[in-house]
Design a binder for this molecule. Sequence first.
Ligand code: F6R
Ligand code: MG
Ligand code: MG
Length: 368
Amino acid sequence: MKVTMSLIKADVGGLAGHSRVHPQLKDDAKLILEAAKGEEKIIDYHVTSVGDDLQLIITHKNGENSSYVHELAWKAFLKATETAKKLKLYGAGQDLLKDSFSGNLKGMGPGVAEFEIEERRSEPVVAFMMDKTEPGAFNLPIFKMFADPFNTPGLVIDPNMHEGFEFEIWDVIDHKKLFLKTPEEVYDILALIGSKSRYIIKRVYPGGAKNSKKEPVAVVSTDILHEIAGKYVGKDDPAALVRAQAGLPAMGEILEAFTFPHLVSGWMRGSHNGPLMPVSVQDATPSRFDGPPRVIGLGFQLAEGKLVGPADLLADKAFDGARLLANQIADYIRRNGPFEPHRLPEQEMEYTTLPQVQKKLQSRMVDL
Ligand code: F6R
Ligand code: MG
Ligand code: MG
């Protein structure tokens, strides 16, 4: 059976600054999605949040970019925005950039990660959602899951994974994409995706020639809000869907990629590098310096499109070490104050006064 899983997110208002989503906003979204489920227009849904982002996980049979499903999500965000405005939550409606819905969510503000797949005999899938960072934050963990044999021994010892995977990489500055194959092109892939604010892993496909019908095994949202709006309106906190097991990385290999709190850009004012901390849904509540950036992972089994779960996978004690390290890194890097590389380089800062300062001081600048 073909089923589409759509993970759609937006920040429509934060409780006490940019820390978390008010429960009433989640209830609003559930009401809208429950009605669609009642009319059998969607199969199932799960509503959650990470930081100030409201997350809608929807399963249905309408395929990718379905105007019905995107509009449904839009309506859920609008309803939650009404409540956010009433409660005067911070940044109410901040990610809804357009006044009316037109066809699909592209360019409208919300982030989307979705794929249409043939549901396998058993279909374990995990939805990862991050706050206070950007889509390129997924580059390192997705690479590790699907291309690093030190992370994923299945690449070496599972005959079904031995032929590697194919990476669809987007250049979000020049608006181009290309496909590169592992293991042959690993160095080319790394040469690109190390520049994580420009080259972003969009999808991963099985690599072997015998995989004739290529369905994505991972997909990442790549909606760059500041490009859409022409100005900064909030960090484009990303989300991703990853399928697991039976010829794909095992769930444990997928999760292993988050035991290292790598440095991502975002955090305070979208202008700082900081560690990505894996947390439970309950702990997905950025606080210190508006962070540190966080990731949650919800595991589901699909059953005829129904979402069995979730399993709050990154809540496990096994990630305590990563959390401790993340907090130590946060202590260390914070002490760099307004200096790079804690503060992002000039071109990547989401807020800056530098042009004004330069202008003000121009007349006092003398030749060396
Ligand atoms: C980061 C983020 C926050 C805000 C910060 C300042 O993505 O959303 O760190 O940038 O709290 O917000 P304003 O300028 O609205 O006071
Ligand atoms: Mg916010
Ligand atoms: Mg956010």
